[in-house]
Design a protein around this ligand. Sequence first.
Ligand code: FES
Length: 324
Amino acid sequence: MLQIIDRQTGVLRAARDLTPDIRLFEIEPAAGFVPPPPGSHLDVSVRIGERPDTRSYSIVGACGDRVYRIAVKRLPHSRGGSAYMWSLAAGARVSFTGPHDTFPLGTGRPEYLLVAGGIGITPIFTMAMALARTGARMRLVYAARRTCDFAFADELREALGERLSLVTSETGGRVDLAAEIATLAPGGELYVCGPIGMLEAAKRAWQANGRPPENLRFETFGSSGRFPTVPFTVKVPRLGLEIAVPENRSLLESLEEAGVAMISDCRKGECGLCALPILQVEGTVDHRDVFFSDVEKASDAKLCTCVSRVAGGSITIDTADRTG
Ligand code: FES
């Protein structure tokens, strides 16, 4: 089991841009170093305005030099974490916990199919390099909008050769998940990290191919939806509350700031702990979680408040199952 060093500090040794909007941060821990397995994260303390908060970032690479590396995409509608990280210069102190092994890579599988979209490459890159080192049978499909958006492309080309497919949507490319899954060896595993649409498409294609659910592993970054990120209003009649949710704040954060007792864990739309019942909605719920099924999302009975939003308008929710 992975040993986790509790809250500790490190120094930002260097930061460099990998793409126009992805920056790599090298963090040298002040105290102990725990080698992170592929798929591990650091939970980094950030400041959102005056408020302390935490953001989870995948650790990039094997960290053989005992330095943790994370890659952070600067998002125009960031809830503030990426803007904070991008404000840091070499020499800054960084507080974090981890590594947390939340997206573990299985061993000894007959074949591995890795699929990454955008910044989802961060855990997938580390997995790909680890598998390449062991000589495992694997391939990686990596999608981005433009050629300049591919991070780690040179390292991946060198390590994977023909086993790497780069797909750019700007030139009309798309990932044919059904075809990729169809050629995966029986017993093979699929690892996906990317926007919510990619994860849902992967789940559907995996199921359609009759593959065992436990052989599909995925992770999301909880920031992408089907609609643009815009402000909306949330009403909680039971508590007599009406709260404005700005575009840079999640519904969960807004409820917490208003004093609503919330339960949460992953804050990435994966565990379902933060879900609340929807009483009414004016507008469209943009379900951004991977916890609810397509049918549950279509029913609009509940939403994961940590990532899901309303695409303009307002939503009325209940907190009954949080106050009892
Ligand atoms: S806290 Fe896990 S889904 Fe929201």
